[in-house]
Every structure is written in C-alpha cells, then in structure tokens.
Design a protein around this ligand. Structure first.
Ligand SMILES: Nc1ncnc2c1ncn2[C@@H]1O[C@H](COP(=O)(O)OP(=O)(O)O)[C@@H](O)[C@H]1O
Ligand SMILES: [Mg+2]
Length: 327
C-alpha cells in the first residue's frame, strides 16, 4: 500500500514523512521510502548513510528493467505512463525484490528510492515532470499488496495532479501549517482533483494549541483532519545536536501517526486495480496523443497489449491482499 505526503514547501513534508517511516519501521518488517521531491532531503532526515541512485536521471535504465520480456513494444521506447503488459518486470516492494536490491539504499528495514535532484545542465532545459517519469514507471509496475508499506515524500505544491502520479497512491496526506497559504494548497488540490477527494486527508503541523487545530479544520474540513503535530521544541533541540530529543518528538507525533495508519489501511483495502489500469491507459493515450507520438515520430499506442491485468499479474506471483503483519 502506498501513501504520499504533500503540501507547501516548508510545511513539514519531509519531517512528517521521515517520522512516519521511522514509526512504521519500528512496527513492521519492511518499509519502502520514496523521495519524490527533487529537493531530496529524505535520506538526511532518515539519517541513512551511503549513496543513492538518482532514478530520475536513469529513465532508460529503469524502463529497460521494467520492459522485461514484453513483446508488444518492439523497438519503441517506453514512457512514464506506458502500462505494463504480459512479460513486464514488476517491483514487489519487498526486501528481496531485485529492483529494490539494485536501486534502493537499504539500511535496517528501510529501503530508500530517490528520484533525484536537478543537475546543473537541467537548469532551463528539463522540467521536473521529466524526472518524475521514472517514478511513474516504477509505481505503475509495482505489485504491492496491503502487506507492503510504501511512503513517499513528494514535491511541494499540487504539481503531482498534472501527472499519472495523481492516482498512484492509496491515500494522500497534506501536511498543513495553520496558515492561509499552507491550507490553500490543499484547497487548490481539492478543486483541481475532486475525483481524489475521498482518499485525501490533512494533518496539522507546527500546531500551537487548539485554536490552530480549529483553524485548519475550519479551512480543510473537520472530516479530513487526521490529527495535530505540535510546533516542537524537541525537534529544535534535536536539530541543535541533542540526539535523544528526537525520541520526545516521536512521542508528540505518535497519536497522529496512529490515525494516519488506520485511515491508510482502510483506503488501501479499497484499492481497485481495474480503475487504476483504466486511468493509466487513459493517461498513456493522452501523453502519446499530446506529445510523445510526435516526439518519437511513431505511434506508441498501436498494438499494445490489451490483455494485461494487475489482478492476473498479482496472482501469478502468488501475491494476494493481506493485512500488514506487526513485528
Ligand atoms: N512540528 C514541527 N515543529 C517544529 N519545527 C518543525 C516541525 N515540522 C517541521 N519543522 C521545521 O520546519 C522546517 C521545514 O520542514 P520540512 O520537513 O523540511 O518541510 P518540507 O519538506 O515540507 O519542505 C524544518 O526546519 C523543520 O525542522
Ligand atoms: Mg522536503
């Protein structure tokens, strides 16, 4: 199951998603963390050492892997929204998965996938959608079940909505500060993407008292509110070098994380692979017709496998929906 943390820059996406990843890592056997922000800070926030492969810079390598033995593509390139086919390679979000082994930074029971930061040569030349193609390909080839935990720290604002990543997560959690600007990002999302309203929730961050919580609820809706994380002296103390202060901060986050996990589990159980595939096929057709067929001077849609279903691919791998087992 997959969760995305969204919100305005500085609202606390990285703080909250890394805290949630650590919360899960204490309770479950394995967690996949995804740094989908091009200003990649998740590795530091999780205190992981070692090198990360920037997947956004290796789209061809990623698609070579995902393409596997599929026959329908021929010599044509894959794009981020190319739906899987019979013969595709998949990613299972498990510790021994070949893709995770190859591309994730693994430490303990956390594996981090990183999209990557802008390179010097990108300035002016490449937009971030270009980078997120790799991530889209990864999610659309992921056969995760409710046993698998995949947590993404995303890019600021509502840009996700414009890509096929908009439907890639079972639940979206907006991290909101008790300010007009911060809450507006959520309201904008609701307006642009009403089809995802039932899977989109908010948490208050840097909340200083009940008044702040009430403010966010009044803007976002009390029914959307999964809890408050206080403006924390303990986090400051941790950032000033007092290592053990993080434990105090974790306690301050815990009740909200319990609520997020409960709602996430509920929403993930409702995942509908058929609708997912329909949305993906639509996004693919849209991408091809608007841009990629012209760009590659070929028809990318013609003769593509229409027989594939996620349900079949899951059952072939013996993957059925199960509830996550506590360690
Ligand atoms: N609950 C909190 N209490 C105090 N400071 C916080 C809290 N959450 C985040 N911050 C601080 O706010 C800043 C931005 O947080 P960050 O998680 O990097 O935001 P984002 O990823 O949304 O850009 C950081 O300096 C962080 O330490
Ligand atoms: Mg961040």
């Amino acid at each position: 199951m997959r969760i995305a943390f969204l919100g305005k820059g500085g609202a606390g996406k990285t703080t909250t998603s890394s805290g949630f990843i650590q919360y899960l890592a204490k309770r479950f056997p394995f967690v996949v963390a995804v740094d989908a922000d091009l200003n990649a800070h998740l590795k530091g926030a999780l205190n992981l050492q070692g090198e990360t492969k920037q997947l956004g810079l290796h789209f061809d390598e990623v698609t070579d892997y995902l393409q596997g033995e599929r026959k329908d593509i021929g010599a044509r390139p894959m794009i981020g929204t190319t739906p899987p086919a019979v013969g595709s390679n998949f990613i299972t979000a498990k510790a021994n998965d070949a893709f995770i082994e190859k591309y994730a930074l693994k430490e303990g029971n956390i594996a981090l996938l990183t999209v990557g930061t802008y390179q010097q040569e990108d300035v002016g030349g490449s937009c971030y959608h270009e980078k997120l193609k790799s991530l889209a390909g990864i999610f659309h080839h992921m056969l995760d079940t409710s046993e698998d935990l995949v947590v993404a720290d995303t890019t600021a604002g509502t840009d996700n909505v414009a890509t096929s990543l908009s439907f890639a997560y079972d639940i979206n959690v907006f991290v909101l500060e008790p300010t007009e600007k911060s809450t507006q990002v959520f309201l904008d999302f609701e307006e642009i993407a009403p089809q995802f309203a039932d899977r989109t929730f908010v948490v208050g961050n840097k909340v200083d008292g009940e008044e702040d919580a009430e403010y966010i609820k009044s803007r976002a809706g009390a029914d959307k509110y999964l809890g408050s994380i206080p403006f924390s002296r303990n986090l400051k103390r941790f950032e000033q070098g007092e290592d053990e202060a993080i434990l105090e901060f974790q306690k301050e986050q815990e009740a909200t994380f319990d609520n997020i996990l409960a709602m996430w589990t509920e929403k993930a159980a409702q995942r509908d692979w058929t609708t997912y595939l329909e949305r993906l096929r639509k996004a693919f057709a849209w991408d091809c017709e608007r841009w990629y067929n012209d760009y590659y001077k070929t028809d990318l849609i013609k003769d593509m496998d229409q027989t594939f279903t996620y349900e079949k691919a899951l059952s072939e791998k013996g993957l059925a929906a199960k509830s996550p087992a506590l360690v």
